[in-house]
Design a binder for this molecule. Structure first.
Ligand SMILES: [Zn+2]
Ligand SMILES: [Zn+2]
Length: 399
């Protein structure tokens, strides 16, 4: 019965396309070249999908809504949990089909306990990297309290979110670095493809490439907040995005996004959208076209000190908290985020403690005015163990 019905439906669709093609043909071919047939049928099935890159300062949180279904990818650091909760409620989200926590760094899972406590959640996916710290313990405790199971998804597994489809691309094994253990996924709605790789760095990118899964995407959520340790050349070429979204905090201590990554985007004509400049970004897909709620950034400003003329200047709109709407309709912010954004650095205590210079063997506070741009290594170790490795405290910031 079902099969016959499907075949009949297919016949009808073929007939409809043949007839429709005569009248609409010119319009379709002028818009998208030779694409028709399969792709055409697929996109007519796609419902609207919105991807909200929520401004959580230095960190990640993306809300995807498609056809009444919702998914949250990461939840910022602990000070952003309530802001994300408010944002989800404002979007009328009552239930999450999926909560995906790409990896256990605090700027990705810190806000998750609030979300887990406040929302009904169907499936929770976590990285296979476990951390032995308070932030991680709080996450597991919140999951246990709600009796929620959590698993690491298999590479190649597919899940649906309304008309959109999620394909898992990573982690491809276990890694020494939590960033490399990030869950990566392709999100496809009709013809529109969004790639999320968490903080996966070059090692993990190479392993994602090796899966042979098609990585081409329209929108690439720049790996690791636009760090130069991600978006390696081969990987970028395989993705070949038309747009990139960078989720990072203004004046973050890591220098994200790095100039190298921005240059790669710029040289290849990739449009860049940044939460540090425009606040929460919303990309809307109708299955055929993707539109953003703000124009692409044209500053090409890296977060590295001294790398670009006015990186450290405070734009006017920043000082007028709450009034930015009239000043610039661009910056869309979730309530309370601005306040907590100023704590960036302090909140991430279990992630980065000091900045090392591997050449001079000096170590610095995150707030030091003389942070290295080259030979820089971000450490999450204690002062004692850094000194034990032969590093000396910087004389300027006295860490
Ligand atoms: Zn991160
Ligand atoms: Zn990370």
């Amino acid at each position: 019965m079902k099969k016959i019905y499907k075949q009949l439906l297919n016949l009808f669709l073929v007939a409809a396309i043949l007839i429709g093609g005569i009248t609409a043909g010119s319009m379709i071919s002028s818009a998208s070249g030779a694409k028709a047939g399969d792709a055409e049928m697929k996109s007519t099935e796609a419902e609207k999908m919105e991807v909200h890159f929520i401004d959580v300062g230095q960190g990640d949180a993306a809300l995807v809504i498609c056809d009444g279904h919702a998914m949250l990818i990461d939840a910022g650091d602990y000070s952003k949990g309530t802001a994300i909760q408010n944002y989800l409620q404002k979007q009328k989200v009552k239930k999450l089909d999926y909560l995906i926590l790409t990896h256990p760094d605090s700027d990705h899972i810190g806000g998750a306990p609030v979300i887990i406590t406040k929302f009904e959640i169907d499936k929770v996916f976590v990285s296979n990297y476990e951390k032995d710290n308070k932030t991680y313990q709080k996450l597991i405790q919140a999951l246990d309290n709600k009796h929620l199971k959590y698993t690491t998804p298999e590479v190649g597994a597919q899940y649906s979110l309304g008309t959109a489809e999620i394909t898992i691309l990573a982690p491809n094994g276990t890694y020494d670095d939590p960033n490399d253990a990030s869950i990566a996924m392709m999100l496809q709605n009709g013809e529109n493809r969004f790639l999320f790789t968490g903080d996966a760095e070059e090692n993990a990118e190479r392993d994602i490439l090796a899966t042979g899964i098609d990585l081409s995407a329209d929108v690439y959520k720049a790996g690791h907040h636009g760090s130069r340790t991600s978006t390696s050349q081969d990987f970028f070429e395989a993705v070949s995005p038309s747009s990139a979204v960078i989720s990072c905090g203004e004046d973050n201590s890591y220098g994200h996004p790095h100039a190298e990554t921005l240059n790669t985007f710029r040289m290849n004509g990739v449009k860049v959208y940044r939460t540090d400049e425009d606040g929460t970004l919303i990309a809307t897909s109708d299955g055929k076209r993707i539109t953003f709620n703000v124009p692409a950034s044209e500053t090409w400003k890296s977060g590295e000190p001294g790398a670009n003329s006015s990186v450290w200047e405070v734009p006017d709109q920043k000082q007028e908290t709450g009034k930015s709407e009239t000043q610039s309709a661009k910056k869309q912010e979730v309530p309370a985020v601005k306040e907590s954004q100023q704590e960036t650095g302090k909140a991430d205590t279990d992630e980065i403690t000091y900045i090392l210079n591997t050449k001079t063997n000096k170590f610095h506070k995150l707030s030091c005015s003389a942070l290295p741009t080259a030979n820089r290594k971000d450490s999450s170790e204690s002062r004692e163990s850094i000194i034990a490795q032969g590093y000396e405290p910087c004389k300027r910031c006295n860490p």
